[in-house]
Design a binder for this molecule. Sequence first.
Ligand code: G3P
Length: 217
Amino acid sequence: MKFFIDTANLDQIKEAQALGILDGVTTNPSLMAKEGITGQDNILKHYVAICEAVDGDVSAEVISVDFEGMVKEGEALAALHPQIVVKIPMIKEGVKALKYFSSKGIKTNCTLIFSAGQALLAAKAGATYVSPFIGRLDDVSTDGLNLIQEIRLIYDNYAFDTEILAASVRHTMHIIDCAKIGADVMTGPLSAITGLLNHPLTDIGLAKFLADHKKGN
Ligand code: G3P
């Protein structure tokens, strides 16, 4: 399972990278705004800085909602750095753009996926990644993990190459459950990733090992 971090915060990206378990980064316009990154030049520079801080794929989202605009924006983003993956919303024009980028060999991440049908369309259009938002489904009393299961079944039935990127991950159990189902990738906050480290018996056990070592010396 690949681990992506879902943030535009460079310090957190570098902290996850330093752990040695990071496979990539996802961003979106809200995450960029949260870091105070505004203005096209600054946004593009920030994407390059993120790419230079990590080894893997970095999703950069288009703002356009028409095919021509998405193509223009996506090509400019892809030209920024070889690690850039163009993030495209799941709308009719987005499906056309996914097909276009797929034919050009440019990687894509189809975002705002909330149904199996949308995931099927994205795969048919040749998306590299598909991003079902599990936390936002849970927020409206709908089982986000069930959507991951449905997409896994459909993609396996037809051996689609599109990778399931479980997004809107909020906590450690989302990660563990996605891993059990077989999501290819998860993207979540640093807190959910580092949360996987925690177990009280580990802390108690380590404290005892260190105390016993001290007694013996
Ligand atoms: O990057 C998209 C997705 O992960 C957003 O998550 O927490 O805003 O629902 P969230």
